[in-house]
Design a protein around this ligand. Structure first.
Ligand code: AMP
Length: 114
């Protein structure tokens, strides 16, 4: 989508620190990290929130978990652990309306999240 920040990063129109890229999924470093490791993992297809998901999108959303698995292995996070977070809607803290998972690691995580 032409006016979407994350679509622009994926297309290279805005700089971003890419850490993963395939036909369907893109991942890059969060510009305002909330943990020593803070990666955003997105489907390339523009969906504002997961409420826009269709059954045909199940595979790509599922593959995001495989990408998280790959990145966790590459970054050596298997033992220390990591958190995957998806905010859906402004009430839940979503500020960029292109579906993305936050992958957070490198510090103790509290529960419940704030
Ligand atoms: P959310 O609030 O769940 O929608 O998450 C949006 C995330 O995008 C926030 O953690 C922001 O720090 C991050 N963000 C905003 N602009 C950029 C950017 N240009 N490059 C990388 N991350 C960004």
């Amino acid at each position: 989508m032409s006016d979407c920040l994350f679509c622009k990063i994926m297309n290279g129109d805005i700089p971003g620190e890419k850490v993963y890229d395939d036909d369907n999924v893109f991942a890059f470093k969060d510009v305002n990290p909330q943990a020593p490791t803070h990666i955003l993992i997105c489907p390339k297809k523009h969906m504002s929130t997961i409420l826009d998901m269709d059954t045909e999108d199940e595979a790509v959303i599922g593959s995001i978990f495989s990408v998280a698995n790959t990145l966790a292995t590459e970054m050596g996070l298997e033992k220390s652990g990591f958190r995957l977070v998806l905010n859906c809607g402004s009430g839940a803290g979503q500020s960029v309306f292109h579906v993305h998972f936050h992958m957070l690691a490198g510090r103790p995580m509290k529960w419940p999240p704030g």
